[in-house]
Write a protein that binds this ligand. Structure first.
Ligand SMILES: [Zn+2]
Length: 363
C-alpha cells in the first residue's frame, strides 16, 4: 500500500507499507543477490538506516534452495534483516551469457551459474519461489528486450511481458507480499507507452520501468521514463531498476521515479571509488597516503567519524578486508543519506534547488 505524501514538480515523496514496516520514498536498495550485501551484514545495513534491500529469487532457488529459507521462517529471518526485502526474478540476467539461454512463450530458459544445469522459469514457478521466500515485495517475470534487437523483436518481447504479467497475478499467492509489475519497450517511445498503459491496467502494488540503464545513453533513459511515467498510477510507487549513480538517481527522481536498486555504490567501493559531496574520490591515489581527513567531512557515517583516508587507503593497499568494508559502508551510507535529503527537499518544495546544488558540487 502506498501513500503519496508530497510532490514537487515530478519529484515525489511517499510511504510504502510492507510486511516489514514502512518504507519512505524515494529510496535506494543495496543489492543482496545471495542474501548478503558484499562486505556488509544486516546489522550494518540497519545501522545505516537502509529501509529495503533486493535479493534474487532465481539465484536463491538454486542455492540454498527455497525449502532452506522456508524452514528458517522466510528470507528476513534467514538473513536476520528486519526491514523490507524485495526479490527480483532474474529476467535482467538476459544481459549475462552465464545465465541466459533463450526465452519462449512458456518462460525464460536459464542455466544455473553454479553448475550449468538448465532451468525453465515460468511465471507460475517464479511466483511459487517468491511466495515461499516470503519477501515483502515480489517482482513479476518479464522479457527484457536488448537494445540490439529490432523493433519487431522488442514488440514481441513486450507482448510476452504482458502475458507473463497476467499469469503472475493469477499465480501470486501470498497475501502479505506485494507484487510489482514491470513495463518494457526497449528504446521505442510508442512501445514504452503501450507497455506502461497495459501494465498499469493490471492491479499491481507498484510499477517498474524495466530494461533501462543497461548501456543506453543517459538522455534516452530519461526520455523512456518520461514516456511511461505519465501512464503509471500516481498512487503507486514507481521503480526504476538498475540505477545507480548519485547524479542518475537525482535525475530519475526529478523524472518521477521513487524506488531504485543497483550494485553501483558497492561495486564502486570495491574498485576504490568513493562518493563524496564534492564528487568522486579515488582512495588508492598516492595523494591520500598521509591524508588524515575523513573520506567526506560532510558525512556522518561510522567510517567517516572514525577513520582517515590514509588508514582506509593503507588497508586497501594491503588487501585487508576491512578496507573494502569501510569503502562499501561509506558509499551505501552516502546514497542512503542522499535519499533522505531528497525526501526532505521534496517535502519543503525545494527539490530543484537541491538537485542543482548537488550536481554542481558533485561534478
Ligand atoms: Zn562516510
Amino acid at each position: 500500500m502506498y501513500r503519496l505524501d508530497a510532490k514537487d514538480g515530478n519529484a515525489r515523496t511517499g510511504t510504502l507499507k510492507t510486511a516489514h514496516g514502512k518504507v519512505k520514498t524515494p529510496f535506494f536498495m543495496p543489492v543482496a543477490t545471495k542474501t548478503a550485501v558484499k562486505y556488509l551484514d544486516a546489522r550494518d545495513l540497519e545501522e545505516i538506516g537502509i529501509q529495503a534491500i533486493i535479493s534474487n529469487a532465481f539465484v536463491l532457488s538454486l542455492r540454498p534452495g527455497i525449502q532452506t529459507i522456508k524452514k528458517a521462517g522466510g528470507i528476513n529471518k534467514f538473513m536476520n534483516f528486519h526491514n523490507a526485502i524485495f526479490t527480483d526474478s532474474g529476467g535482467f540476467q538476459k544481459i549475462k551469457d552465464s545465465f541466459y539461454i533463450k526465452s519462449t512463450d512458456k518462460g525464460l530458459h536459464l542455466k544455473s551459474p553454479f553448475d550449468g544445469k538448465k532451468i525453465m522459469l515460468t511465471p507460475k514457478k517464479l511466483m511459487h519461489i517468491q511466495n515461499t521466500l516470503d519477501s515483502d515485495v515480489a517482482m513479476v517475470i518479464d522479457e527484457m528486450p536488448l537494445h540490439s534487437q529490432t523493433k519487431k523483436e522488442v514488440s514481441l518481447a513486450v507482448q510476452r511481458t504482458h502475458k507473463w504479467a497476467e499469469k503472475c497475478i493469477k499465480h501470486h499467492n501470498n497475501k502479505k507480499q506485494l507484487l510489482f509489475g514491470i513495463a518494457q519497450g526497449g528504446l521505442y517511445e510508442d512501445l514504452r507507452e503501450k507497455s506502461a498503459k497495459f501494465i498499469s491496467s493490471l492491479p499491481f502494488d507498484g510499477y517498474a520501468f524495466g530494461g533501462l540503464a543497461i548501456g543506453e545513453p543517459e538522455k534516452k533513459t530519461y526520455k523512456m521514463i518520461n514516456s511511461q511515467v505519465q501512464h503509471f498510477p500516481e498512487n503507486k510507487p514507481r521503480y526504476l531498476m538498475g540505477v545507480g549513480s548519485p547524479v542518475q538517481l537525482i535525475n530519475a527522481i526529478a523524472a518521477g521515479a521513487d524506488c531504485f536498486d543497483s550494485t553501483f555504490p558497492t561495486q564502486n567501493a570495491r574498485h576504490n571509488t568513493l562518493f563524496t559531496s564534492k564528487g568522486k574520490l579515488i582512495i588508492k591515489n598516492a595523494g591520500y597516503k598521509n591524508d588524515l581527513k575523513p573520506i567526506d567531512k560532510n558525512c556522518s557515517c561510522y567510517v567517516c567519524k572514525n577513520y582517515s583516508r590514509a588508514h582506509i587507503r593503507h588497508l586497501i593497499k594491503m588487501k585487508e578486508a576491512n578496507g573494502l568494508r569501510y569503502a562499501t559502508y561509506h558509499n551505501i551510507y552516502f546514497i542512503n543519506n542522499l535519499m533522505k535529503q531528497i525526501r526532505k527537499a521534496v517535502k519543503e518544495e525545494r527539490f530543484n534547488k537541491f538537485k542543482e546544488d548537488f550536481i554542481k558540487k558533485y561534478k
